[in-house]
Design a protein around this ligand. Structure first.
Ligand SMILES: Cc1ncc(COP(=O)(O)O)c(C=O)c1O
Length: 400
């Protein structure tokens, strides 16, 4: 049976070239990057080379890159690290209702410690309004954390406009804060992401979403911004993240970043063309479908549809039996049967939230795979709808 992977927002296939780059550091180059001898020096050189490549991908200086265990840790480090460093000047944080749990739960943890958090609503297509950010800002706001691209619906937020607003506020108040953090896990490698153009102070990204290995990520921390480390121990990562560096994974991240940067101009139109083909095909072939998220302000690899009269979980399982891997909501919350907090925040009715499926593509997706999905998906939707009393009632009423 064919196996088609359309769950690239959950994770991506390790690029064979990335694996090749990692192998020596899993075999013979096993030194600890902090050791002074030649084994250690070679590991250190590899980590620093990777830091340069990772920094280049987002237009940062290598000294502004902190390696972490992934997007989740980077989000935690950014939010709690700023709260701990600047909690004495203010205790208010601003974020949105549709952030990844790594951001939302970090904020909730801070609320339990006496910080106040405002969770901004979004428009029906998933956009944060800059005006709402402006109105919610308080004199004691130390951090604004808004994601660059949403992991369920792909909507791209107006981060540059928010950064411009914060720059004006800082200038008026003659204060260095509020700082701006963005979770760019679903944006890096999918749209051009340049930290200086965006004007952010902290930015989270992760290797396994760009065909790198799992368990490694980075936090960009603009020079001059202070954070308090959350992992205590040795003096690794300039005292901002203790723990022996995961050298093979960091090397893999570096190579994945290098390939992503070199291929971005081809990857973007490739993913967009196939995603648009999938989207048009679904809308032409299947009635009662609703696209979730913004049609234009969106990363090129994600589309999320609600199929009326269908349970998303059931459709995901039926598609899996036909060899097609998709997801309902995000990987971290699938299986929980909790309705998506993102789709609820868009104001979608519950039946449409329950009937949603996310298709996410990558550079490896082929036109043949999309055509196969467009063949089996309408069959499976129809099969499930044939079991829905509301659907049968509606269609018999129409016919009669
Ligand atoms: C927007 C977003 N933030 C953070 C994460 C967490 O990243 P990681 O899996 O590297 O911990 C993900 C992963 O799904 C994500 O999509």
């Amino acid at each position: 049976m064919r196996r088609i992977y359309l769950d690239n927002a959950a994770t991506t296939r390790l690029d064979p070239e990335v694996l090749e780059a990692m192998l020596p550091y899993l075999r013979e180059e096993y030194g600890n990057a902090s050791s002074v001898h030649s084994f250690g020096q070679r590991a250190r050189a590899a980590v620093e080379e990777a830091r340069v490549r990772v920094a280049e991908l987002i237009g940062a200086d290598p000294s502004e890159i902190i390696f972490t265990s992934g997007g989740t840790e980077s989000d935690n480090l950014a939010i709690k690290g700023i709260a701990d460093a600047y909690g004495h000047v203010g205790r208010h944080i601003l974020t949105s209702q549709i952030e990844h749990p790594a951001v939302l739960e970090s904020c909730r943890a801070l609320e339990r410690r006496g910080f106040e958090v405002t969770y901004l609503p979004v428009s029906s297509d998933g956009l944060v309004r800059v005006e709402d950010v402006r109105e919610a800002l308080r004199p004691d706001t130390i951090l604004v954390s808004i994601m660059l691209a949403n992991n369920e619906i792909g909507t791209i937020q107006p981060i540059r406009e928010i950064a411009e607003l914060l720059a004006r506020v800082r200038a008026e108040r003659r204060q260095p804060h509020p700082y701006l953090h963005t979770d760019a896990v679903q944006a890096v490698g999918k749209i051009p992401v340049w930290v200086r153009e965006l004007g952010v102070d902290l930015l989270t990204f992760s290797a396994h979403k760009i065909h790198g290995p799992k368990g490694v990520g980075a936090l960009y921390l603009r020079r001059g911004v202070r954070i308090v480390r959350q992992m205590d121990g040795g003096h690794h990562e300039r005292d901002r993240r203790s723990g022996t560096e995961n050298v093979p994974a960091i090397v893999g991240f570096g190579r994945a970043a290098e390939l992503t940067r070199a291929q971005l101009d081809q990857r973007i139109p490739h993913m967009r063309a196939l995603r648009d083909r999938l989207e048009r095909g679904i809308e032409e072939r299947i009635p009662f479908v609703h696209l979730n998220g913004h049609r234009e302000h969106r990363v090129p690899h994600i589309c999320n549809f609600s199929f009326q009269f269908v349970e998303g979980e059931a459709l995901m399982i039926r598609l899996d039996l036909r060899g097609v891997a998709v997801s309902t909501g995000a990987a971290c919350s699938s299986g929980s049967l909790e309705p998506s907090h993102v789709l609820l925040a868009l104001g979608r009715p519950r039946d449409l939230v329950q009937g949603s499926v996310r298709f996410s593509l990558s550079k490896d997706t082929t036109p043949e795979e999309i055509e196969y999905v467009l063949k089996v998906l309408p069959e499976e939707v129809e099969r499930l709808r044939a079991m829905s009393p509301q659907y049968l009632e509606l269609t018999t009423a129409r016919r009669g």
